[in-house]
Design a protein around this ligand. Structure first.
Ligand code: ZN
Length: 284
């Protein structure tokens, strides 16, 4: 298992952690100043601007991406809407390639409005993911399916289990030496899963672990969306999960991703980054 104090170049800041309180250029500089080597920006910070300039700024700051966040939700009520969602993701994949992202994180979407058919939503996501995988392969960007905690099944992700994500990967491309589709394992979403160890091993052996996200589950949690905790402040054994992931050979980034409206988003970026750096060492 890596000693993260010796691997800050592998530690990544998902920019949502900093609350989107400054333009991306300032965020990039703050992350680099804090000593990290990786960053995971969001489309809202990049789209509509000069993507090449953002990419150059990241490179010039000595950073590289751990991933690019995140997909437009897929499930739709009409074929036209479904196509529009797929196409929006293709445009984002092109930006991901310009930015040098190793993977594009897919939060796949829940039920389309008015629908109660979760399985139909899942079928749409699988179809779209297969198309996006074929599209993104020549771009050099992999597709990272991120299963979300089941509490989000209706509104954000009909994909809720790591086992399910791996089943979809197998369905889409079978067993291949260099997978184009894999998973983003986020501690917040999978820590409760009784099969977590088995599924991490399965993902590792198939070379499908493309991203690893950390934060903590606070007790009590006031808001499942925007009350995530800093590593060490909650009940997730983050270090044990990282050990399991790294035991499978994962050597990619360890990315902190904290949505925290009541705490971390109210703090200065430099302060949050300082605490992230401490907790990467003491609690991750
Ligand atoms: Zn995540």
């Amino acid at each position: 298992m890596r000693r993260l104090q010796d691997h800050l170049h592998d530690c990544s800041i998902n920019t949502a952690t900093l609350g989107f309180q400054a333009p991306i250029a300032e965020v990039i500089d703050a992350v680099a100043r804090a000593g990290f080597g990786r960053i995971a920006p969001w489309r809202r910070e990049v789209e509509g601007g000069d993507v090449n300039a953002v990419a150059k700024h990241i490179r010039d700051a000595g950073l590289s991406l751990s991933g690019y966040c995140r997909s437009t939700y897929i499930p739709a009520n009409s074929e036209a809407e479904f196509r529009a969602n797929v196409e929006a993701n293709k445009r984002a994949l092109e930006d991901a390639a310009v930015l040098g992202a190793p993977c594009f994180v897919m939060v796949v979407g829940g039920l389309p409005s008015g629908s109660k058919d979760l399985n139909a939503a899942r079928e749409q996501v699988k179809e779209a993911t297969a198309e996006l995988a074929a599209f993104s392969k020549p771009l050099g960007v992999k597709i990272a399916l991120e299963p979300l905690h089941p509490v989000y099944a209706a509104e954000r992700s009909c994909l809720t289990l790591l086992s399910e994500a791996l089943d979809w990967c197998d369905e889409i491309e079978g067993a291949v030496a260099e997978p184009q589709v894999g998973v983003a394992i986020d501690c917040y979403h999978v820590w409760w899963d009784p099969n977590l160890g088995v599924e991490i091993a399965r993902a590792g052996k198939a070379q499908r672990i493309l991203a690893f996200h950390v934060c903590d589950w606070l007790v009590p949690t006031e808001d499942v969306l925007n009350d995530r905790g800093m590593m060490g402040d909650g009940v997730i054994d983050v270090r044990a999960i990282r050990a399991a992931v790294e035991d499978e050979g994962y050597r990619g980034a360890v990315e902190v991703e904290i949505f925290s409206a009541r705490n971390w988003w109210k703090r200065q970026m430099d302060e949050t980054l300082k605490v992230c750096r401490e907790r990467f060492v003491t609690a991750t």
